[in-house]
Write a new protein. Sequence first.
Length: 240
Amino acid sequence: MARSALLNVMVQAAFKAGKSLARDFGEVQNLQVSLKGPADFVSQADHKAERIIREDLMKARPTYGFLGEEGEEIKGTDGAHRWIVDPLDGTTNFLHGIPHFAISVALERQGEVVGAVVFNPATDELYTAERGGGAFLNDRRLRVGGRKVLSDAVIGTGTPHLGRGNHGKHLVELRHVMGEVAGIRRLGSASLDLAYVAAGRFDTDAEGGGRPLEAGSVVCGNEQIAKALREVIQRPIPSR
C-alpha cells in the first residue's frame, strides 16, 4: 500500500514509541510481585511514549499543533493542523499484563481528522487510514462486516470506570442491547474497538451517538447495524 509522507511520519513515531512500550510491558509481570507495584511504572511508560511521539512529530512538522493525553496542548503556528495522540490506550490492560493496548495518533486539518494510526505493539497489528484512501491492517485493506441484523452482530463497548460516568444508565443500555445481539465484548481499548469495526471483527462500539469529538461517545458500524443499535440504545429507561 502507498502511504502519504505525513502518514509515514505518524507510523514511524508509533513504531518508535511502541518499542519503548513493548520493553516496559515486558517488565510489568515482574512488578506485579514487587512491594511498590506497577502503577507508577506504567504512568512513567505512558509519559515516555508520549514524549517520544511528540518529539518525532514536532521534528517532522514543527509548525503543527499537538494535543496529547498526558501533557498540555501545544498551539501550532500553522493554525490549520494538529496532531492528536493517546500514547497508551488501554492502561488498565497494560497494568495487568494483558496484551491488548494501543498507541493512537491522528492528524487533524481544519478541524477534521484526515489521517490516523492505531498500533498494538504487543501483537504488531498496525491499523492506518487516510481520508479518501481507505483503511488497512498492516498492508491488507479493511472492510466493515456485512451483517445486516443485530442478532448476527458481536458488539464492542466501553464501560464507565469506577467513580466515573452514569453506571445505572449504562447498565440499562447494556440490558437493552444484550437481548438483541449475538454477543457483547468489553476489551478495554476504545481505539482498538474502532479498528476492529473497520476490520469486520466487531460491528460497532456502543457508547452513544451524535458528534463523538464533542459528546465523548460514538456508535459506529455499517449503516444497517449502526442504525439498529442506535435505536436500541435510545429506548426509554424504565421508571422502576
